[in-house]
Write a protein that binds this ligand. Structure first.
Ligand code: COA
Length: 271
């Protein structure tokens, strides 16, 4: 990967983060281990997410794996003997990693998982928490929890079922099988598949389009879709109303209308 000037490093360089022109990028960077996530990496991932969330210039965040062979190959199994060997240890492990995934689940900006290579176990959890999944042709997807004796947990399965439906979720979970990008696309696990050498360019093009659109309109879509996926009794219709009002009263809506009438490109500011 080329040198990037404003890159920040977390978890001893195993998580990297930078932002350019409104697009934030977080890189899982432990290619020797196929970007398997250690606890330190989960925590570094949380720090990187927080930094990009709080950077007003950033409008969209891409998640990717370094090395071309994996997005994330799951949790780092070599740590399990020490940190996840029984229910009590697992609970502490979960507490430290769930908090970071919750940041992604509640992320206020659009997120894109850019997947090249293996996307397994905890890597699938990260990818499924992103708003959009774009993958290279040569990628492989799977949740090998049944091969390891791990319970995958509510959040991961909730997203899996909502993306691919209960039958595919069962087939994947009961067998621990891996599927390729073509199958992942067909069952709705990923939204688009590109040749390996085009994935990054295509991902950036989508991210740049998002970063140039009206932030409040995107936020309104994001908040509303989250509520649509909840049970009716748990839906926060007030949140939908509030963002709808903010959007329709915004300077950006005025700018969007004017730019259209004047046949020019709008310049949105998120207000
Ligand atoms: N945890 C810890 N180490 C991992 C890992 C993981 N999840 N995934 C890969 N690695 C390590 C391997 O142990 C190997 O280390 P080594 O070089 O010291 O032997 C290195 O990464 C390369 O992996 P290798 O298996 O040689 O590469 P591969 O390209 O043939 O296969 C995978 C890659 C990802 C398919 C394979 O490593 C694998 O199945 N990993 C486990 C995936 C898993 O079960 N994830 C769920 C965890 S909850």
């Amino acid at each position: 990967m080329p040198e990037i000037s404003n890159e920040k490093s977390y978890a001893d360089g195993n998580i990297l983060q930078h932002a350019t022109d409104g697009v934030g990028v977080i890189t899982f960077n432990n290619p020797d281990k196929r970007n398997a996530m250690s606890l330190e990496m989960w925590e570094g991932f949380g720090e990187a997410l927080t930094a990009l969330r709080d950077d007003e210039a950033v409008r969209v965040v891409i998640l990717r794996g370094a090395g071309g062979k994996a997005f994330v190959s799951g949790a780092d199994i070599s740590q399990f003997e020490k940190t996840r060997h029984n229910a009590a240890a697992s609970e502490e492990y979960a507490r430290r990693s769930v908090a970071q995934r919750a940041l992604l689940a509640d992320y206020p900006k659009p997120t894109i998982a850019c997947i090249q290579g293996f996307c397994l176990g905890g890597g699938m959890q990260v990818a499924m928490l992103a708003d959009i999944r774009l993958a290279a042709h040569g990628s492989q997807f799977g949740i090998p929890a049944a091969r390891l004796g791990i319970a995958y947990g509510y959040d991961g399965l909730k997203h899996l079922v909502s993306l691919v439906g209960p039958s595919w979720a069962r087939l994947l979970m009961y067998t621990g099988m891996r599927i390729d990008s073509t199958e992942a696309l067909r069952i709705g696990l990923v939204e688009r598949v590109f040749p390996d050498d085009q994935l990054w360019g295509e991902t950036m093009a989508i991210a740049e389009t998002i970063s140039q659109n009206a932030p409040l309109a995107i936020k309104a879509a994001k908040i509303t879709i989250v509520q649509v996926l909840k049970d009716e009794s748990a839906r926060d219709m007030d949140a939908i109303k509030a963002i709808g009002t903010a959007c329709m009263d915004s300077a950006d809506f005025r700018e969007g209308r004017q730019a259209f009438m004047e046949k020019r490109k709008p310049r949105f500011q998120g207000k």
